[in-house]
Design a protein around this ligand. Structure first.
Ligand SMILES: Cc1cc2nc3c(=O)[nH]c(=O)nc-3n(C[C@H](O)[C@H](O)[C@H](O)COP(=O)(O)OP(=O)(O)OC[C@H]3O[C@@H](n4cnc5c(N)ncnc54)[C@H](O)[C@@H]3O)c2cc1C
Length: 422
């Protein structure tokens, strides 16, 4: 028997002995998180089993085959956790990872600002030292799930006297405190997924600084590389999204029913099981035998497989312990291209029905919402153009984009609302 087969037997036995859809969601996530089978690619000491991505995926497959509900998924698990695992002290891991792995704590990502999106290094939110604490002032925007978040991963400027990439520091901030104001924004889907967040003398203890003072850019690169990686083990296939705030006292069965009518659930099921959802849509409009529709469906399936294969190769070739690199930009571009192809095929088979919105539209109107949201994939986590720049400069070794702001002290730059004295 191979090691993988033994691991699968062990995981299967654990699922059989522990899983029940009648458990309260909070209890199931707690049990699954502590067992290490929820995030099998995480280190064994920290809610994982230390498996390779490929072996972890086999365990996830085993879980899905048994119909066992997955772990929580969201900014907490796919951005905060890998960044804390890579850069955190043991005390920080002890303090934050239990709440993440067991779905107790929702997190948000406080990077983008009105004057700093693609050029994130131009951010203006300040962190000023005050004894053992830091005082945070400024504004973030497009902060997904901030209205539900208990904690946030935050980058702020600690030294405006050095070049823009050098004066940044990364913090783990408590969102439930005076001085943090969250204002939801309305998207064209009608939902309010993201927010503006205002900091007015909010506080972070120095023990919640992640890595060194002035090291924020390097730490943020770990977060962003994980954001662009569709094989990120923190994505928690087949589980619940923690972009919102699930009711942990509901039984898993009740939560699942509620989630099935959710747009996110539809997007996730497309991501994980294109063959069933999209194929079902094509068939339901009588286009299952149409050679053009079938051809486009095959192209999407091929993209999906290529993306998975590339992700596996990228991980397999990475040195043990190495951080994900610019290859994740290629994966992100593949993902956005695939989502657009799904949108276009869906609309083409639906014809005029594609113009309908609301519960009585095809697939309960969820495809329409999905299609409206697809544009976001080419912007969130770094726009497509920015991914092309990264691939050009860091993977292909092309000359860097000219940027005369790179070496000058930040306070001398004209960025966002900052106007340096002339
Ligand atoms: C659904 C969604 C969720 C998000 N969630 C979060 C979140 O939780 N937390 C968070 O911090 N942020 C979040 N964001 C923000 C996201 O990271 C930014 O929108 C993104 O980085 C782009 O920044 P921007 O919107 O300021 O656009 P800009 O940077 O102003 O870009 C405008 C346009 O210029 C192009 N451009 C800019 N610079 C270059 C360049 N150097 N070369 C070529 N083209 C360029 C861009 O490609 C784009 O087309 C989210 C965004 C979306 C859409």
């Amino acid at each position: 028997m191979t090691n993988t087969a033994e691991t699968l037997d062990e995981a299967g036995a654990w699922f059989d002995a522990n899983w029940s859809a009648d458990l309260p969601l909070g209890q199931w996530w707690d049990r699954l998180g502590r067992s290490g089978w929820g995030f099998p690619a995480w280190p064994a000491a920290w809610f994982g089993r230390g498996l390779s991505n490929a072996a972890a995926r086999a365990v996830i497959g085993e879980r899905l085959r048994r119909g066992v509900f997955g772990p929580p998924s969201g900014i907490a698990t796919f951005l905060a956790a890998p960044t804390i695992l890579a850069h955190g002290t043991e005390a920080q891991k002890e303090r934050y990872l239990p709440g993440i792995a067991t779905g107790r704590d929702v997190w948000c990502q406080l990077f983008s600002e009105p004057g700093a999106g693609s050029d994130m290094a131009s951010l203006q939110t300040r962190a000023e030292r005050d004894g053992d604490e830091w005082i945070i002032s400024g504004q973030k925007v497009w902060t997904s799930g901030a209205q539900y978040a208990r904690y946030g991963i935050l980058i702020a400027r600690t030294d405006p006297g050095v070049p823009k990439h050098k004066g940044l520091t990364y913090f783990l901030i408590d969102m439930h405190q005076p001085g943090v104001e969250v204002r939801p924004l309305r998207e064209m889907t009608g939902d309010s997924g993201f927010n503006e967040v205002f900091f007015t003398d909010a506080r972070v203890h120095d023990r919640d600084r992640l890595d060194g003072i002035g090291e924020g850019w390097r730490v943020a690169m770990t977060t962003l590389a994980n954001e662009r990686d569709p094989s990120n083990p923190g994505l928690g296939a087949g589980g619940g999204s923690l972009i919102g705030s699930p009711d942990l006292s509901l039984t898993v069965a009740a939560y699942r029913r509620r989630q099935a009518s959710d747009t996110d659930a539809f997007s996730y099921s497309l991501g994980g099981g294109i063959s069933t959802v999209l194929e079902g849509l094509v068939r339901s409009f009588g286009r299952g035998d149409d050679p053009v529709a079938r051809q486009r469906l095959m192209a999407i399936k091929t993209m999906h497989e290529t993306q998975r294969w590339t992700a596996e190769r990228a991980k397999a070739s990475a040195r043990a312990g190495a951080q994900p690199g610019p290859e994740t930009s290629t994966l992100k571009l593949m993902g956005t291209r695939m989502s657009r192809a799904i949108r276009d095929l869906g609309f083409s088979v639906m014809g005029p029905h594609g113009m309908l919105i609301g519960d009585d539209a095809p697939v309960d109107g969820l495809f329409h919402k999905y299609a409206l949201f697809v544009q976001a994939g080419s912007i969130a986590g770094g726009s497509d153009e920015v991914q092309h720049n990264i691939i050009g400069e860091r993977a292909l070794g092309l000359p860097r984009e000219p940027d005369d702001s790179r070496d000058r002290p930040f306070r001398e730059l004209r960025v966002g609302t900052q106007r340096p004295p002339s």
